[in-house]
Design a protein around this ligand. Sequence first.
Ligand code: DGJ
Length: 512
Amino acid sequence: MKALPYLRNENGRITLMVDGKPFLVLGGEFHNSSGSDLEYMKTNVWPGLRRLGGNCYLTPVYWECMEPEQGVYDFTLVDGVIDQAREEGVRLILLWFGLWKNGNSAYIPKWMKKDSQYFYMRGQNGQMVESVSPFCKAAVELDKKAFCALMKHLADMDEERTVIMIQVENETGIWGHPRDYSDEATQIFDARIPSEMERLYDVSGSWEEAFGLNACEYFMSWGLSKAVGEIAAAGRSVYNLPMFMNCVAIGMPLKAGDIPSGGPLPRVHKIWRIFAPAIDLYGPDIYSPFYKEVSSEFAAANALIIPEMGQDKNAASKALFTVAAYNTICFSPFGIDGMMTPLSENDLLSQTNSDVVPYDENAGNLLAESYRMLHLLWPQILKAQEEGRIYAFLQQGDQRTEFIMDDYILKISYGGGLGHMGQPVPRKEDSPVGGGFVIRQDKDTFLICGISCNVKVEPRYGSQEQVFVLDKRELKLTETGLEPGRIFNGDERNFTVIGAWPTVQTLTFYRR
Ligand code: DGJ
């Protein structure tokens, strides 16, 4: 039997361990409904993914399909997708679509939907929201029971550890309203806050008295974290896989309800950590233009897990940046099946989702190439991170990025190449944004891995020495790894121009 996957914590640095070794998830999340039809997965999903070469994919477990009758479990879909993943030689992260998926309860079993004892949340004007209230204890109990059944099933059948992590629920929180206004919730909201909250914030009184403008969001975070915390803890006591949650992350302050109120955003992590200690990590779903802000905010909690992000042509640049910039555990664009294989006309029509971008073969190819590079360079990246020798960059509105070292300045500009006077030319409309990283390999040698960028290394301002290029080399990605390619000299020597295809080069200088 293989070792259990776990999160290793070494002086605060968290690493996902699979088969006893560090594991970086480079994959993607399937469209919501793909995993509900195993034949569809075989013909429409896996063939495209072979071209991507990811090592792990995120796929939902639908409560409604798993417990069609109360207390009767059907694991056909779970077993099927695990078998398929094994055939493909990849791992899975299962997403438990239980009580909450995007703030509503679309995936609870049909028999539960029709039974009003599992009461729904209410909005500000008393209108019903199609989402079970976290204060409905009976519903939380049912979710817990079903989740434990799933974990028990995995413990019994997955000795190979094909499933390496579990996402509990999906984007929890109430959309469109600051809090749950059901009678049950309001009664609790008007009462004295729990003693743990009193201690945590050193306040007392009712939720409004204690937290003023934050009252609704803190109240929802508390209610949801208690419910999800209970579900996760019960599941882990049956089968102890690492568990995380995802959340809508916009990257700018919005008030509770404009984004799901109570979801595990950094501003309420303090609450989630106390009431849901069985959840190891909180990951952002990043569809916002503020990619750098969101990723750095979540990475500050010691490890970054990105279960979802936009699946467009910029994903490859973001992959290079993210893995180099942070201690990243998982990078996973959403709708990866549609990114690697065009969705049929019918499927496209049924996608009402504005996050689904039209199929672009090049976007998939770029991502595949960046994954191949990252798989090869990851050990070097980790070492360089430990030793502070890595510089990651991503174009986000800005036109250039500068890193000032003790003796060199690294100047990255973003564009489409060089003009006849050596000036950077603006990026073509359809090329990806610039992104990548530079590793300082020794005093005078730099490894550059990037997309759509121009890299220049200069001596630090005011230096008495002149710096010249001694050696500049391309590293080619071959079947067996990175191998030395062209030696760049002459026209290609002084300015490193990287086009819209992921490229690796090394650059060595000498001084006089
Ligand atoms: C966020 C959700 O978590 C996903 O399941 C999916 O609905 C995406 N949004 C689509 O953009």
